[in-house]
Design a protein around this ligand. Structure first.
Ligand SMILES: Cc1cc2nc3c(=O)[nH]c(=O)nc-3n(C[C@H](O)[C@H](O)[C@H](O)COP(=O)(O)O)c2cc1C
Length: 414
């Protein structure tokens, strides 16, 4: 999605090699219309004032600057800080990074930063705790790789407390794992996936087998057959429409959308244009033009869900637990989700978290609405299981870009 493609020497014009998602073409037309420009105008103007704006907006500096440094410096930290460096590379809802770490003698305590919350999108904080579970999994994998035997106590001060986990760290022999090695390579991939290419059963089984005693009862269920994909795809589109029609959910989504280079470097969180799965050209134009409105952002997201995300999903996975309201089970589910994402990353499989269904189901409960999506989820899940977190997988057409991260120093409490 950047002007400078990942592979060296690849040029913007080479975009045609990969079928461009339909929504990208629509978005580009919309962008150009909004700007009152034809494409030639943009390119000619690029040598003058627009060239400066390109610099100012980081059009050319995809993944550069301090906001992205934690992806390369994570192993350079000393002692237990190195484990925190791995934890903060975990996924989190809207890249809110809702974590704080306290370093003690031979232990790390993980806390929820309750202020870093996505509000109406996550009314009961399920996603916040799933993200904290993902960070905990990275920390544990890094502890083992760096010569510690981690002993985890979840919610040591009770399930309502923001004290999420205590990790005791006795010295041990290092145990690097394939999952650990993927920590800096794992990114949420919002691009189109290769049309019609299904994941082999062995891969689906391997991912479903990533649960262990640390992930408790959490389990992965696959929805990969044609009828299931079509059913979940349609539900995701309807749930996206419902989210857009809910002013508070739409606003809380938009609040985490970062469109400005300075803002990204200052805040080092949120969803960026580079991470949105747009083609390189559309992303470059989006950065050059004035910030997109909430409505335009909603419309682009709905178009991408309809024309790209659901159209090219090779299958959907749902991490489920016995009780999705239970913070401890959410943490365990988050640990499993991160193991799945790391495994996918190491095996050439793209993964995109898509939680519109649970976000709407929680909102229905919060507002006392009819349980439209909640009932659909109950019907989908085997008896005794509740959906916690949903994602699509497939084979990548593009390498996803990094998302910003706050520094280790910014998430340490004393
Ligand atoms: C619990 C949870 C829920 C998420 N829900 C969504 C979602 O509904 N849609 C989406 O595009 N990304 C979703 N994400 C992905 C985050 O936006 C992503 O992890 C974050 O922006 C950081 O990017 P990275 O995963 O590439 O590091 C979710 C992540 C987590 C952990």
């Amino acid at each position: 999605m950047d002007l400078l493609e990942k592979s060296p020497g690849r040029h913007v014009d080479d975009q045609r090699e990969v079928a461009e998602p339909r929504d990208s073409r629509v978005t580009r037309r919309t962008l150009l219309r909004r700007a009152g420009l034809g494409i030639g105008t943009v390119l000619v103007a690029g040598s003058g004032a627009l060239g400066y704006r390109a610099y100012d907006q980081g059009v050319l500096q995809v993944g550069d600057g301090p906001a992205y440094a934690p992806w390369s410096s994570w192993r350079e930290q000393n002692g237990l800080l190195r484990l925190v460096g791995a934890a903060i590379l975990a996924p989190s809802p809207h890249n809110a990074q809702p974590w704080l770490f306290e370093i003690g003698s031979g232990r790390i305590d993980l806390y929820a930063d309750r202020a870093r919350w996505t509000g109406a999108t996550d009314p009961f904080r399920r996603e916040q705790y799933v993200g904290l579970g993902a960070a905990l999994e990275n920390l544990v994998l890094a502890a083992k790789a760096n010569g510690y035997a981690p002993q985890v106590t979840l919610l040591p001060d009770g399930s309502g407390s923001s004290h999420v986990a205590r990790i005791e760290l006795a010295r041990s022999s290092p145990q690097a794992s394939a999952l650990y090695a993927q920590i800096p390579n794992r990114h949420t991939n919002r691009y189109a996936y290769v049309q019609g290419k299904r994941a082999p059963t062995a891969a689906l089984d391997a991912m479903a087998g990533l649960n262990n005693s640390a992930t408790g009862d959490a389990r992965l269920f696959w929805f990969a057959g044609a009828a299931q994909r079509s059913l979940i795809g349609d539900l995701l589109i309807e749930a996206t429409e419902a989210l857009m029609a809910d002013p508070d959910q739409s606003a809380s989504d938009y609040a985490w959308f970062r469109q400005n280079w300075d803002e990204i470097q200052r805040q080092r969180d949120g969803i960026t244009i580079d991470a949105a799965g747009l083609s390189d050209l559309v992303a470059a134009l989006a950065k050059l033009l004035p910030a997109q409105s909430q409505t335009a952002t909603d419309n682009a997201w709905l178009a991408a869900t309809r024309n790209t995300h659901t159209k090219t999903a090779a299958g959907y996975g749902i991490v489920a637990v016995r009780d999705a309201d239970h913070n401890l089970q959410r943490l365990q589910g988050g640990r499993l989700l991160e193991r799945i994402h790391l495994w996918a990353s190491g095996n050439g499989i793209a993964l995109h978290h898509m939680n519109q269904l649970t976000e709407r189901a929680d909102r229905e409960i919060q507002l006392g609405l009819a349980h439209r999506f909640g009932d659909q989820l109950t019907e989908l899940m085997p008896s005794g299981w509740q959906a916690l977190s949903t994602f699509r997988i497939g084979y990548p057409t593009h390498t996803p870009h990094k998302s910003p991260r706050r520094s280790v120093a910014a998430v340490i409490v004393t």
